[in-house]
Structures are given as structure tokens and as C-alpha cells.
Ligand binder design. Structure first.
Ligand SMILES: C[S@@+](CC[C@H](N)C(=O)[O-])C[C@H]1O[C@@H](n2cnc3c(N)ncnc32)[C@H](O)[C@@H]1O
Length: 399
């Protein structure tokens, strides 16, 4: 493997020295994103939106939340009990700029008042810098009670409701695995004698090897694929089981909606995808060096659907409907919403054009439209809580 050189900022060099000079890639990714003073999210440096580093569906405007809101309302109605004092929660984990929460609140204002009165909006944000930005954005919201808390706090008083993880799990630190000399090795990051960051590799630790073996056996994953060439590289998301364990304790009964870049194992762990799915993104540019500009760029890796399902099921969740965003949004009325733009008066033409472009991006099969909507149920019977777009079988259509 060619070493990738990038100068190491002092704050990161200090962390690496404290760790003995080198860390697994997952630790590097965690520091680069979440280090409280210098990390991309930790310091609140991330800028999400068309003027920022990258766009997400909620950052393209309010139409995404307007389409999603009836889906959530339907689930919340299903979750309602006859007890008028029963509280229901919408929990958003990893809210970023707070766009989705803000737009959902404004959509839910039009909801059935009896339902609205029972809903709490709970935001779970691990990074203080991002939490501050969300609080600034949402400080004038008054129609729903909004609070921020950690999963540990929610575990003391578990909720009944809907949980949303929109482009959160792709930000969890991943291990990078490299196929070298007939063995999978773990990527590490260290500082070279010139003060530059470089990647290196070590044998897989037993615990990681055991986890890969267990999940691969249970889910029929062949890792590496039979025709992988020397240097073939991929990602393994070891943080998922702990994340699901923490969420599980926070929920009495509920639906978890994961929306993210995700692939089936046979498309994720294929010889053709020889450099994995990891992306470094800044100023709307992808494909940057993952070791370049730590703390000043986003790092993200696709999800492998089987790994998410495994972590969920191991923690007692039922796998619910799964579909692609394009299909979900069309079933929720995106075409009708696009059509309705024609009714906007002429003086709002630029708004209509901007919203039209944003809605087409949401369903673009080569972009956001290929995102997966994955649902998981806890404390609820199988069969209900379907996704509007799902054919009913729970299967995800193949490309
Ligand atoms: C890629 S951004 C997505 C933001 C937003 N959901 C969107 O789609 O526009 C990831 C967000 O998750 C937060 N985050 C990262 N790890 C987290 C964790 N373990 N728990 C809660 N939030 C986390 C980041 O600080 C950031 O706000």
C-alpha cells in the first residue's frame, strides 16, 4: 500500500503521542470528527448545505420534511395509546445544523392538535459545537417542546415514539481493512519522522477478527471476496453494536428510521470496490485524502445493510421495511408536490425553480434517491409501521 502523506496538526500529534505513536484508523476518524476542540463536528466546524461542505436531504429545503412528516405522523398515531397522558417522542439523533428538526416542527404544527399536544421533540447530539448551532437555530420554536439530551439520559426515562438517524451512522468511526499477503490487516495511522501523517497496517486484533467472523457467518458475507487483489481495502463498522445497545436502552417502544448511504454486502464487499467506500469531503468536493486536513473536512463511510441489521437484531430490534429514498418520497407524494409548484404565482418563479431542483435531487437515482430508508421496530409487533413505499415484503429492490 502506498503511504499517504499529510501534515499532522499539533493537537492530533499530541493525541497520537499519548496513544504510543499510532492509532487504528477508527480512532483517527473519531478524533478528526469528534475531538471536542478541533474535530470537524466536535468544534462545530461542519457546514451542511449548498453553501457548505456537502448537502444532505434536509439541507436542500423544507420539502423533504414536508414529505416525511405524514409518514412520522402515521407511525405516531399507531403508537398512541388511549391514555391521554401518554407522551410520544420524536427523537432525532445527530441533527447536524438542525434543519430537519426545524422543518418537521413547522410541518407538525398542522397536525391533529390532540396528537401535537402529546409530542416531545428530543435532539441527541454528541458534539457540543453542533449542539450550540442547533440551539441557535431552534431557539424561537414554540409549538412543540424541544429538548437536548444524551442517550444515557434517555435510558433513565425511555421513550415511546419515532427515532430518526439521518446521515448519522455514516459518521460513526469505521475500521479500514486491507488485504495484504493473503490476510486481512487493520489500517493504522501514525506520524512519520517528517511530521506527516501516514497510514500503515497491523494484523487484525483477535476481537475484531472474531466479530468479522461471527457477522460474516451469520449474514453470509464473504470477506474478502474471492477475487480480491493485493491491497484491496474496505470498511468495517465496529461501532454499530454499541450504538444500537445505547439506543435500545433509550426506547420502550418505537420505530427507528435510518436514512443513509447503504449497500447490500454483495455490493459492498465486492472485488470491484477495491478502495472501499470511505470519502473525505470539503467545500462540495469529494475524493480528498482521508488523512488530509484532519478536523477541517468530513469523513464518511457507507453502511453495509447486513451489518446494520445484525447490530439491530442482536439488540432485540425487528427489521422492518427497507426501501430507497426515491421510492419512499414518490410514495409520499413528491410528484404531486412538484406538480403543485405550477400553482405558485409568477413573482415566486425563482422559489419554484429552486424547490423543483431540490426535489429532483432528493429522488435522483444516481444521488440522494439511492439512499436507503431502513426501519427497525422495538417493543412493537411485526407487520405494522410500514413504509409508504414498501411493497409489503420488507425486501429492498435491487439495482
Ligand atoms: C453527517 S452529519 C448529519 C446531520 C444531519 N442529520 C443531516 O443529515 O443534515 C452527522 C451529525 O451527527 C452528529 N454525531 C456524530 N456522532 C454522533 C453520535 N454518536 N451521537 C449523536 N450525534 C452524533 C454530528 O455531530 C452531526 O451533527
Amino acid at each position: 500500500m502506498e503511504p499517504m502523506a499529510a501534515s499532522c496538526p499539533d493537537w492530533l500529534a499530541t493525541h497520537l503521542q499519548q496513544a504510543g505513536g499510532a492509532v487504528p484508523f477508527s480512532t483517527f476518524m473519531d478524533l478528526a470528527l469528534n475531538e471536542p476542540e478541533h474535530g470537524y463536528y466536535g468544534a462545530g466546524r461542519a457546514r451542511i448545505g449548498t453553501q457548505g461542505d456537502f448537502v444532505t436531504s434536509p439541507s436542500l429545503g423544507g420539502d423533504f420534511a414536508a414529505l416525511l412528516a405524514p409518514q412520522l405522523q402515521g407511525w405516531l398515531t399507531e403508537l398512541s395509546t388511549s391514555d391521554p397522558d401518554q407522551r410520544l417522542a420524536i427523537v432525532e439523533i445527530g441533527p447536524g445544523e438542525g434543519h430537519l428538526a426545524q422543518d418537521l416542527i413547522s410541518q407538525l404544527r398542522g397536525a391533529d392538535p390532540a396528537l401535537l399536544a402529546r409530542i416531545d421533540m428530543v435532539l441527541v447530539e454528541a458534539n457540543p459545537g453542533m449542539r450550540q448551532r442547533q440551539q441557535d437555530l431552534l431557539k424561537h420554536v414554540d409549538s412543540l417542546s424541544v429538548r437536548w439530551c444524551s442517550l444515557e439520559e434517555l435510558q433513565r426515562s425511555p421513550v415511546r415514539g419515532v427515532l430518526i438517524a439521518h446521515e448519522l451512522l455514516d459518521a460513526l468511526p469505521v475500521e479500514r481493512l486491507i488485504w495484504i499477503d493473503g490476510a486481512l490487516q487493520q489500517e493504522w495511522v501514525e506520524v512519520d519522522p517528517n511530521g506527516s501523517l501516514r497510514s500503515t497496517h497491523r494484523p487484525l486484533p483477535d476481537a475484531l477478527q472474531d466479530e468479522i467472523n461471527r457477522v460474516s457467518r451469520n449474514r453470509g458475507i464473504q470477506l474478502p471476496p474471492p477475487d480480491a487483489e493485493e491491497g484491496w481495502t474496505t470498511e468495517w463498522n465496529s461501532a454499530l453494536p454499541d450504538w444500537f445497545a445505547a439506543v435500545t436502552g433509550a426506547v420502550d417502544a418505537g420505530v427507528l428510521l435510518v436514512i443513509d448511504y447503504a449497500l447490500e454486502a454483495q455490493r459492498y464487499y465486492t472485488a470491484r470496490r477495491s478502495e472501499g467506500t470511505l470519502m473525505a469531503v470539503c467545500a462540495q468536493q469529494a475524493g480528498l485524502s482521508p488523512l488530509g486536513q484532519p478536523g477541517a473536512q468530513d469523513l464518511t463511510a457507507h453502511l453495509c445493510i447486513e451489518l446494520v441489521d445484525d447490530a439491530a437484531e442482536s439488540n432485540g430490534w425487528l427489521v422492518g421495511d427497507q426501501t430507497k429514498q426515491g421510492e419512499a418520497l414518490l410514495a409520499l407524494g413528491l410528484a404531486e408536490r412538484l406538480h403543485a409548484l405550477q400553482q405558485l404565482p409568477g413573482q415566486r418563479l425563482s422559489e419554484a425553480l429552486q424547490r423543483r431542483e431540490a426535489m429532483l435531487r432528493l429522488v435522483d437515482p444516481a444521488g440522494l434517491g439511492a439512499f436507503r430508508w431502513l426501519t427497525y421496530l422495538r417493543g412493537l409487533p411485526a407487520g405494522g409501521f410500514s413504509l409508504a413505499a414498501a411493497p409489503g415484503s420488507g425486501e429492498c429492490p435491487r439495482d
